[in-house]
Ligand binder design. Structure first.
Ligand code: PMP
Length: 457
């Protein structure tokens, strides 16, 4: 065996290797050499550092997941203790292990208001959505309604990359190259106050979009629709915050036609939108909730799909092969991931991170909203808790998207020490939930200076 292969010092060739050898999610392979990514080497608290020693405040919490911040001793200890005790055992029928049992119990306690009764673990958000869609289909088969296999979701919604999740994604960019996707998936307009053909009145819009759901259920024929899927606040689609009445009205429509409601809480779960769960902020109890990202604060990949009593009861009542779950992953409930999650959720609860997100989210809104009037390119500022989007336009009447200024601002912000996400014509700010006011203000200050400079170019 040629052991010289193992003498790798990535620091010598880091940009070149990265550009030539790795395909990055959601990027064009050629871009990686022409527009090389930041290579992040270190993280502590809310700060990250790249391979050139450049320090930045992380205004995007990794990928909406590092809610408890980087390098937390409690989470690292939990991971190391678990590695010492048991690195892996499966949770396939016949075996289990203490950490998955403890985490399942903690999640059931945390979702008592939603009446959740069961959890199935996986390794991320796409896995969790795949699980949710399969459970929904199996539920209806067990109920004797075998034609109920269809899913309805929102345009601009994002639910992941497996064929199931991709089929309910509402963005052509994530669908087009992989079609045909699952049959029976359709989409309705999202309640996007800034961009919709109906009305500028949020309450009216919430009603109209709930009516669109009702009409789509009727069009598909109610006895064929398994579930409606939505993010309580749409994240990757550009932080679209539905009007207050939308999700409660959706619940009513789902109940009217006996359609299951799946809440994709992969981003909104565990405090991001200012409540422990996004659905809770709207006072809605979904039938199924998908969780990932913040569940382990991003330290180890983990996903979870939670089901309420209605679904649990039907599985329990079907004692034959119908009720058996023909689904699951080698890493469903990986002990190290579960240990990390228990430690992370302890921090979320003890430090009341949802309350911090709520409080600082209000502060962020107070600081950013006036930018709509102050700056000619700022079209819309929206957010809830600590998830915000600032949309840039060429002019405020046509609302033509201004992507050019976004890349200029993004670049300038990195130079000045703040990393945020550039997404089309929007800047997204969504920092770790442990952030304090001073740190958050420094992101806003850097954003404002960069915006002024970019507008002057
Ligand atoms: N659902 C939502 C709402 C998401 O934002 C994401 C990822 N950004 C996913 C699902 C998919 O999660 P993952 O990338 O962990 O598979």
């Amino acid at each position: 065996m040629d052991t010289t292969l193992l003498n790798m010092d990535a620091s010598l060739n880091i940009e070149e290797w990265n550009g030539k050898e790795q395909w990055h999610p959601m990027g064009h392979p050629n871009d990686m050499l022409q527009k090389p990514p930041l290579i992040i080497k270190k993280g502590k608290g809310v700060h990250i550092e790249d391979n050139h020693g450049r320090k930045m405040i992380d205004g995007f919490a990794g990928l909406w997941n590092i809610n408890c911040g980087y390098n937390r001793q409690e989470i690292k200890d939990a991971i190391i203790n678990q590695l010492d005790e048991l690195v892996y055992y499966s949770t396939f029928k016949g075996t289990s292990h203490p950490r998955s049992i403890e985490l399942a119990h903690l999640l059931m306690e945390m979702t008592k208001p939603e009446n959740m009764k069961r959890v199935m673990f996986s390794s991320g958000g796409s896995d969790a959505m795949e699980t949710a869609m399969r459970i929904a289909r199996q539920y209806w088969k067990m109920e004797g309604q075998k034609d109920r296999y269809k899913f309805i979701s929102l345009k601009q919604g994002y639910h992941g990359t497996h064929f199931g999740a991709a089929s309910v994604n509402g963005n052509t960019r994530f669908r087009r190259n992989y079609e045909p996707l699952l049959p029976g998936c359709s989409h309705i307009d999202a309640p996007w106050t800034y961009r919709n053909p109906y009305t500028e009145n949020p309450e009216e819009l919430g009603k109209i979009c709930a009516e669109l759901l009702e009409r789509e259920i009727q069009f598909q024929s109610p006895d064929t629709v398994a579930a409606f899927i939505m993010e309580p606040v749409l994240g990757a689609g550009g932080v679209i915050v539905p009007p207050d009445n939308f999700m409660p009205l959706v619940r009513e429509v789902c109940d009217k036609y006996d359609v299951l409601l799946i809440a994709d809480e992969v981003v909104t779960g565990f405090g991001r939108s200012g409540s422990m769960f996004g659905s809770r902020a709207w006072g809605v109890k979904p039938d199924i909730m998908t969780l990932a990202k913040g569940i382990s604060s991003g330290y180890i990949p983990l996903g979870a799909t939670l089901c309420n009593e209605r679904i649990d009861n039907v599985f329990k009542a079907n004692n034959d092969s119908f009720g058996a779950i023909g689904h699951g992953y080698t890493y469903s409930g990986h002990p190290v991931a579960c240990a990390a999650a228990i430690a992370a959720l302890n921090i979320v609860i003890k430090e009341d991170l949802p309350a911090n997100a709520r409080k600082l989210g209000n502060h962020l809104m107070n600081r950013l909203k006036p930018f709509e009037n102050t700056y000619k390119t700022v079209g819309d500022v929206r957010g809830k808790g600590l998830m915000f989007a600032i949309e840039f336009v060429k002019d405020k009447t046509s609302k033509k998207p201004n992507r050019e200024i976004v890349s200029k601002i993004h670049k300038k912000m990195i130079e000045k020490g703040a990393f945020v996400r550039a997404s089309g014509n929007a800047i997204i700010i969504s920092p770790p939930l442990i952030i304090n006011k001073k740190e958050l203000d420094s992101i806003v200050d850097i954003f404002e200076t960069s915006l002024i400079e970019a507008e002057a170019l």
